[in-house]
Ligand binder design. Structure first.
Ligand code: GUN
Length: 281
């Protein structure tokens, strides 16, 4: 029997606690999101973030720019937000248009307001084993979900499929911090199934429906980070849920698994940055 890792249920619990906590403060935290262009998926993500923030007492500002914005204009906007006392958390929605350097823009965000934990300062802190101001949202959400179900990580073999800065790399370090043995696989990995079959915990963030039953060790914990629409318009993840769920001990669904946890982590990070700022004033 498999157990579903219910991200919606845990998200609701986290949001309810945050709401109660924020009711006690005189000021509200502000999360400012910069959204560039008309990418459909990004617009939906940003809308969801905004609705969730407002529901729990976080002021959310969305600044929209057309695709044609220059790198300089964006740099100036981030500088303004860095200086603005009323802005506690800044998120630049990715992907950015091709003519803008993601590294340069992310590197401009003040580490104390870097709600994604993506700046070189926060990434460097994470990878050197020190505490960043906040941890990246998706890996943080995955660990919260595993902890909620008392899934032990110490000494376990965790296999991550995907090496992005958003998920794979920070997750690797966060799992190492918890004493897991970690393997990262990616699009050039040879004999992927032979590696995934040795996983006690398999986390897939490939963005393709590639994880099949024959790639899984019975009893494995399977976490699906992928979310996309297939050719019929159905929302899918990386994992063949129907068949993999027959042999996995735990499995996260898509939708309703990691996605809601990413949003919950973003709200947690916003509140953490707000609290750090107010305690240091
Ligand atoms: N685009 C997809 N996921 C993310 C994320 O976690 N943060 C940002 N800033 N952009 C994203």
């Amino acid at each position: 029997m498999t157990t579903i890792l219910d991200g919606k249920k845990l998200r609701d619990k986290i949001l309810e606690n945050l709401k109660l906590k924020l009711e006690k403060y005189k000021k509200k935290p502000n999360l400012t999101v910069i959204l560039i262009g008309n990418d459909e998926a990004s617009r939906i993500y940003v809308k969801n973030k905004q609705i969730t923030a407002e529901k729990i007492g976080i002021n959310s500002t969305v600044i929209r720019y057309p695709e044609t914005i220059t790198e300089n204009e964006l740099t100036e906007e981030i500088h303004t937000l860095n200086m603005d006392e009323n802005v506690h958390a800044i998120l630049v929605q990715l992907p950015l248009p091709k003519h803008i350097s993601k590294e340069k823009i992310i590197g401009m965000i003040s580490p104390q307001k870097d709600v994604d934990g993506f700046t070189p300062y926060n990434f460097g802190k994470l990878f050197s084993g020190e505490k960043p101001f906040v941890y990246p949202c998706t890996p943080k959400g995955i660990l919260l979900l595993l902890d909620e179900y008392n899934i032990k990580l110490d000494g376990k073999h965790a296999v991550i499929v995907g090496r992005s800065n958003i998920v794979g790399k920070p997750l690797m370090q966060m799992l190492l911090n918890r004493n897991a043995t970690v393997t990262i696989c990616h699009s050039h990995t040879k004999k992927l199934s032979e590696i995934t079959k040795t996983a006690d915990i398999l986390i897939s963030a490939a963005g393709e429906n590639i994880i099949k039953e024959k790639m899984i060790k019975p009893g494995c914990v399977v976490v699906d980070v992928g979310i996309f629409k297939d050719s019929t318009g159905r929302t899918r993840g990386d994992v063949d849920f129907e068949n993999v769920s027959k042999i996995a001990s735990y499995i996260s669904p898509v939708p309703g698994g990691v996605g809601p946890m990413t949003i919950a982590s973003l709200m947690l990070n916003t509140v953490e940055l707000f609290e750090k700022k107010n305690h240091s004033d």
